[in-house]
Design a binder for this molecule. Structure first.
Ligand SMILES: [Zn+2]
Length: 380
């Protein structure tokens, strides 16, 4: 048993602050929230906030091999498959170099309070297995979304794409597609269909920059967001430039949007209108995207999100909204509830409290150095 004592605990889905003890059993499950009860080992959380751990809802951990290269190149030159700079570097790297770089990044995520990450993994089954090797000795949870290079081959038929997807899904939790216009529309549809049939995740980059949306409408009379949702994708990454009826379509279909504001900033493509999504009750999670451009640190992502959004869209977003994106909302993609309540597995951070407002204290003031404990029940 463990009792986290004297902390301000952000409880339930609403992260409601309550002064209470948190009692965790030997299986890592929260068995009691009570200010008057304690048992077992005591963790003193005086002057601390007790909150759910972070989820990095979108990362390309393989890019750990190419940190800060190609600064100033266009987004297409940097990341577009199959010949963007990152793909050239990935192709040249040895397996061991890739494993070492991914291992370091996973450690950095743990150090900054991230218990779980959702990765877009290139390189087919081999790429997936390399990531598993890179993290096998680390207490971090990886949701790996695979992708096959054959998706981009114009000779691949929709039926072949289904078979390739089925085979990939035996090794990972879903498919992460690079973009709506990178693959044949029929193949995109088949990939999402197989994922949904097998109860796996179908995730895709959409509307990362404005021209993508323009081209999509010119070619098909539909936006990228519309096409991805109609094809059956349930989680959309970026959605930096919704246009036309996109907001209404999103409201009707309830995808989770994974915003990556620092990545969008680094690539000069804009600020995603996250405040509009929040206002329209569309769930938003946060991801740090390519390690090529960003440290995979959710404290940094949260602070940038709050301030970039306020700078661009006035004072509509709160630190509370942002903290929810980095915790509760990201886990919705995985169908998991990691909120702090009785019965749930503990996935808990204890960090120093810097101000009276617990949400601003975390989002505006805190960093990795403020973490005093990290309790991952499913690793106990
Ligand atoms: Zn991405």
């Amino acid at each position: 048993m463990i009792t986290i004592k004297n902390g301000l605990v952000l409880t339930g889905h609403t992260l409601k602050p309550i002064e209470t003890n948190v009692i965790i059993n030997d299986e890592g499950r929260i068995i009691k929230l009570s200010p008057n009860y304690e048992e077992g080992e005591i963790i003193d959380a005086t002057n601390c906030i007790v909150l759910p751990a972070f989820i990095n809802a979108h990362i390309h951990i393989g890019d750990s091999i190419s940190k800060d290269v190609g600064d100033g190149l266009t987004i297409q030159e940097l990341v577009e498959p199959p010949n963007g700079l990152k793909h050239q570097i990935l192709a040249k790297a040895s397996d061991q170099e890739l494993i070492n770089a991914m291992h370091e990044t996973a450690k950095e995520m743990l150090y900054s309070g991230t218990s779980t990450f959702i990765d877009f993994r290139e390189g087919g089954i081999k790429g997936i297995e390399l990531l598993k090797q890179a993290i096998y000795d680390l207490p971090i949870n990886a949701c790996i979304l695979g992708r096959s290079d054959k998706y981009y081959d114009p000779t691949t038929t929709p039926e072949e794409a289904r078979l390739i997807t089925r085979e990939l899904l035996q090794h990972c939790e879903g498919i992460g597609l690079s973009g709506v216009q990178d693959v044949d529309p029929e193949i995109m549809q088949q990939i999402a269909d197989v994922c949904n049939q097998e109860d796996k995740l179908a995730v895709i980059h959409v509307a990362e920059y404005y021209q993508l949306q323009e081209q999509s409408v010119q070619l098909t009379n539909q936006t990228e967001i519309e096409r991805a949702l109609k094809a059956g994708f349930t989680t959309l990454v970026h959605a930096t430039h919704p246009i036309l009826q996109d907001l209404e379509i999103m409201e009707a279909t309830s995808p989770v949007i994974v915003a990556c504001p620092r990545s969008n900033g680094m690539l000069s493509v804009g600020i995603p209108p996250v405040s509009a999504y929040v206002e329209n009750d569309i769930d938003v999670a946060l991801g740090t995207d390519n390690v090529m451009f960003n440290q995979p640190d959710m404290f940094r992502e949260m602070e940038y999100t709050l301030k970039a959004l306020r700078a661009s869209y006035k004072n509509k977003i709160t630190a509370y909204d942002v903290l929810k994106m980095a915790t509760i909302n990201g886990f919705k993609i995985l169908g998991k509830d990691i909120s702090i309540k009785e019965g749930n597995i503990s996935d808990i951070l204890i960090i120093k409290r810097k101000s009276d407002d617990p949400y601003l204290s975390i989002v505006n003031r805190s960093s990795s150095e403020d973490i005093i404990n990290f309790i991952m029940g499913n690793q106990m």
